[in-house]
Write a protein that binds this ligand. Structure first.
Ligand code: FE2
Length: 210
């Protein structure tokens, strides 16, 4: 075995043996009973950092809700892409663990989305009409101008790492405001902020796995 190959195997073995305390329980770790309570979805810090005007959101509270719907749908789509991406993998324990967590994230945001739609059923069609799915893994794979499929996989995985870090940033941005957030929404965004090596480490590992 060459030196670099043995280094990769050691790293992969370490990933496979990682502690699992970052995992969450879909029922126990979320305040589902507070799904109908009031509260903001986004604070002024978050909105300003995205270049949005908090005053506009204050003037039209439905905008908060619409942005939450769009965010939840984007999360679901991007997490589904991770499942599509890992489908053809050789099935290391690391990938199995990653897929388990991503399935829970998808279910989590699907349930949150159901609660969101229930708040304003009359506005659902308006928001759905303007929502645009992010470019999917299948789109990327079939339309890429990059010849080497390994490079396409590497690029996809890099964007996934950025996305996962972005989800941690969202919680950080929410916590910078003293405003009263919708409890279920706040808790759902808190989960990614748990110490979770599975995306970042598995991500680094994945670049070697495929
Ligand atoms: Fe995730």
């Amino acid at each position: 075995m060459r030196k670099t190959e043995s280094k990769v195997s050691v790293r992969q073995a370490r990933l496979d043996d990682r502690p699992l305390n970052y995992r969450f329980h879909l029922e126990r770790d979320l305040p589902w009973e507070q799904a109908g309570e009031n509260g903001l979805f986004f604070g002024s810090h978050f909105l300003s950092r995205l270049g949005l005007l908090p005053a506009a959101f204050d003037a039209q509270p439905d905008l908060q809700w619409a942005l939450a719907v769009i965010t939840a749908r984007a999360f679901i789509a991007l997490e589904e892409d991770i499942l599509a991406f890992t489908k053809g993998s050789t099935g290391s324990r690391s990938v199995v663990l990653l897929v388990e967590e991503e399935r829970k994230h998808i279910e989590l945001f699907q349930r949150v989305l159901t609660h969101l739609y229930a708040l304003h059923p009359e506005r659902r069609a308006d928001v759905d009409a303007v929502w645009w799915r992010p470019v999917s893994w299948d789109d990327l794979r079939s339309q890429s101008a990059i010849d080497d499929p390994q490079h396409v996989k590497g690029l996809f995985w890099l964007t996934t790492l950025f996305f996962e870090e972005y989800t941690v940033w969202i919680q950080d941005a929410l916590e910078r405001n003293d405003e009263h957030f919708q409890p279920l929404w706040f808790a759902a965004h808190g989960l990614p902020a748990r110490p979770r090596p599975h995306q970042t480490s598995a991500g680094r590992g994945a670049i070697h796995f495929w």
